[in-house]
Design a protein around this ligand. Structure first.
Ligand code: HEC
Length: 115
């Protein structure tokens, strides 16, 4: 089998289904914010295993990739779309490796290390 990103085990977080949500459901004040802390923990592992190689340790970009700490709340839809589908400029598509529960957990981690 070809090398592929490891994904992340999201056990303990709710299954968010297939229909893409427009906002991070784990952000304080949102639908599933009771899972916020667990989402950050799982997201930290997911980020380290799937994203850090390009976007930098703790999301501190070395300058060759966008600095994910600069994403704003209103970029949620954009975030999910990019992570799901990738771009032709070097951002891989993660739809085979991460479900949206994992993607939002990673977003929660990124927010936790954002200024
Ligand atoms: C192989 C390197 C690589 C990996 C791995 C990678 N990315 Fe990216 N990512 C990029 C590049 C390069 C861009 C800029 C692409 C562009 O401008 O079209 C990007 C862009 C993005 C963007 C759009 C940001 C913006 O401001 O335009 C998001 C969101 C993103 N990545 C999230 C992630 C997440 C989350 C992960 C892990 C699940 C990840 N990326 C893994 C290389 C990578």
């Amino acid at each position: 089998m070809a090398m592929s990103p490891p994904g992340v085990d999201t056990q303990g977080l709710p299954d968010l289904g297939e229909a893409p949500l427009m906002e991070n459901p784990f952000r304080p004040g949102n639908q599933h914010d009771e899972y916020h802390e667990l989402a950050v923990q799982i997201g930290e592992r997911g980020y380290a295993g799937n994203c850090a190689v390009c976007h930098g340790i703790q999301a501190m970009s070395g300058g060759l990739t966008p600095d994910l700490r600069k994403l704003e709340e209103w970029d949620d839809e954009f975030y999910l779309q990019r992570v799901t589908s990738g771009t032709e400029q070097g951002m891989p598509a993660f739809r085979e490796n991460l479900d949206q529960t994992a993607m939002w957990a990673i977003k929660s981690y990124i927010e936790s290390v954002s200024p």
